[in-house]
Design a protein around this ligand. Structure first.
Ligand SMILES: *Cc1c(COP(=O)(O)O)cnc(C)c1O
Length: 393
């Protein structure tokens, strides 16, 4: 395979060798059902328990509070729908933000059609939720606040500890979609008063199709999949043993190396941000300059289309994204970029580069040169840019 520069780690990550190797035995030799009595089943059961323990410890929870799911989207759906059902007699109001992942926003729309009322709180121009607006949105019938820990498009990290404190003070449940934050920055459910937290394996070098929902002990929430007694009878179905084992291995790896990885990614990120900002005219960094994920870079370039930029970067062996993978295929600009106040035309010209510890400074240099060249080329073909240049002569 030709050398690719992979800069789309917010969409998915390469499965770590450690995760693959940990999984392999559970396809062949150790294929037993964890619910079986014989030792072959017990081996699977043990492996699931071990993974649960590693993951629980990583967020300051207990193993009984970790429920394996089929990924981030399922965890988000479960947290919202099951809370809504369980607490409907207390109230039918949910608060979330305008920049959530579609797994949250579309679930909210679903609940809205079923009689729930949803408040979508605004964010500022850096993508930070407005805490005063959040407080003002609270009503006597509010049952849940769901705000993501870090945004998948612009990388902004939310003040989730403050949000957790507000929720606790008003005796409202607090859920956070931590799919982008988990394994990338430190997270403690205790410190942040989090009642539920969603995470996904494939965003932290684990396999796809596995995630977990943390549910704090004492939170009354309905089962999501009905059937057997797996996951304490709250999420039925024979466990995805290889997936769980791979996720556990990826989590162990992510937390053991977090500090040095953060340091390395932040250095690369800032290098990339500074070079692009200094060398390409008419661009703007999206997201908070400091409170952002260590691996996220998101720029808007005026007078160009993000899609064209992506296609031309692909021809140079660079994998990147414009907005989020889930929004591609639609012509609407990203709801996140609109929420931070970008006009449509600027939102269309956005580029997201999400790094990993495997990237190098040499790759960043190559990327800057390519982006510079392509942006200039696209602008040279843009009538809008031509007009702009004439006016500003
Ligand atoms: C990727 C992502 C999800 C969805 O996770 P899947 O495991 O792909 O279902 C949800 N929320 C955020 C913030 C994400 O980045």
């Amino acid at each position: 395979m030709e050398h690719k520069i992979y800069l789309d780690n917010a969409a998915t990550t390469k499965t770590a060798r450690e995760a693959v190797e940990a999984m392999l035995p559970f396809f062949e030799e150790c294929f037993g059902n964890p619910s079986s009595i014989y030792s072959l089943g017990a081996k699977s059961k043990r492996a699931v328990m071990d993974a649960r323990e590693v993951i629980a410890k990583s967020i300051d929870a207990t193993p009984q509070e970790i429920y394996f799911t089929a990924g981030g989207s399922e965890s988000d759906n479960w947290a919202l729908v099951a809370t809504a059902e369980a607490y409907a007699d207390k109230g039918k109001h949910i608060i979330t933000s305008k920049i959530e992942h579609h797994a949250i926003l579309h679930t909210c729309e679903y609940l809205q059609k079923r009689g729930f009322s949803i408040t979508y709180v605004d964010v500022d121009e850096d993508g930070v939720i407005k805490l005063d607006d959040l407080k003002r949105a609270i009503r006597p019938d509010t049952i849940l606040i769901s705000v993501m820990a870090a945004n998948n498009e612009i990388g902004t990290i939310q003040p989730i500890k403050e949000i957790g404190e507000i929720a606790k003070e008003h005796k409202i449940l607090f859920h956070t979609d931590a799919v982008q934050a988990y394994g990338h920055i430190p997270l403690s459910v205790k410190e942040c008063h989090i009642d539920m937290l969603s995470s996904s394996g494939h965003k932290i070098n684990g396999p796809k199709g596995i995630g977990f929902l943390y549910i704090r002990q004492g939170v009354k929430i309905r089962s999501f999949i009905h059937g057997g007694a797996q996951e304490r009878a709250r999420r039925a179905g024979t466990e995805n043993v290889p997936g769980i084992v791979g996720f556990g291995a990826a989590a162990g790896r992510a937390f053991a190396s977090m500090e040095e990885r953060m340091e390395k990614e932040i250095e690369l990120r800032d290098y990339l941000i500074e070079r692009i900002a200094a060398e390409i005219p008419h661009c703007k960094l999206n997201g908070h300059r400091e409170n952002r994920l260590p691996n996220n870079v998101n720029f808007s370039f005026e007078f160009i289309e993000g899609e064209s930029l992506l296609i031309m970067l692909d021809m140079k062996g660079i994998c990147a994204s414009s907005g989020s993978a889930c929004t591609s295929g639609s012509l609407d600009p990203s709801h996140v970029l609109l929420a931070i106040g970008l006009p449509h035309e600027k939102a269309h010209g956005s580029l997201r580069l999400t790094l990993s510890e495997e990237n190098t400074k040499e790759e960043m240099d190559y990327v800057v040169e390519c982006v510079k060249e392509i942006v200039a080329k696209l602008r040279s073909m843009s009538p809008l840019y031509e007009d702009f240049c004439k006016k500003n002569k």
